[in-house]
Design a protein around this ligand. Sequence first.
Ligand code: KIV
Length: 259
Amino acid sequence: MGIKMKKIKFKNKPIACLTAYNKFSAELIDGYCDLILVGDSLGMAYYGYSSTRSVRLEDIIRHARSVRKGIKKSIMVVDMPYNSYKTKTLAIKNAKKIIKETGADAVKLEGGKNIQNIIKHIIKNKINVMGHIGLMPQRVVSKKDYHVKGRKNHEKNKILKDLISIQNLGVFAIVLEAVKVDLANEVIEKSSVPIIGIGASKKCDGQILVLEDMLGFYNKVPKFVKKYMNFENQARKAVKKFVSDVKKNIFPLRKNIYY
Ligand code: KIV
C-alpha cells in the first residue's frame, strides 16, 4: 500500500520520527511517532562500529524483524545498508527481501542523482521508498567527512540537484541530514514531498532523531540532538546502587525471593 504523507503546509502538525533497533524500543515509541526507522545508525549507536558501512543486510533484517513485533500503529521504514543497492538488480532483490522478511512498509536509501535509476526501479516494483540527502553517513569514510553540508557552493548545488533528481520519482518523503539552515529552507521550499530533517531546519515537514541519542544514552552527541533525559547518568546510578546493595547483602529483599 502506498504511503501518503502531505507537506505540512497542507496539514497542521509536523511529522515526528525516531529510530528503533528492537521490539522493546519500538513498543516504547509506537503510536507516538508517525514513523519508526530501523536505521543503519544501528552500526554506530548499537554495535559501536566507527561507521554505518559495516552494517550488513542480515543485520538490518534481524533487527527489523524484532522492531516489527513492537509496532502496531506507526509506519515502519528500514534502511538499505551500504553496498546493498549498488545495481538495479541487487537493489530490487534486497528491497524485496527486506519487505518480505521484516514486514516493513518502506525502505530508505541514501543518495540523489547517482541512484535515481535505482530508486525508480524499486518504486516501479511497488515498494515504498524514502530518500535521504544532505549528509549521507554511508559516504563517510573519515571523521572529517562528518561536517555540515551546504557551506560550500558545490555542496549546495549538489544537494539541490539531488532533491530535484529524486522528488519526482515517487519517494513519499526525504530525510535531509546536517545541512545549513538557509539551504535546508531552500530545499523545503523547492520540495514537493515532505522533508524530514535531522540537523536541518525547524521549518522541515518533520523531524527525526536516533532514539538512544535523544534519551541521553551517550555523553557525546551531535549538536542537532536534544537530550530529553540523561539515561547514561541515571543508568550509572542504578548500576552503582545495585552493586552496593549486593556487596552490603541488602539485595535481594524478602519480596524478591520465592518461598
Ligand atoms: O540511520 C539512521 O538512523 C538514519 C537517521 C538518523 C535519519 O538514517
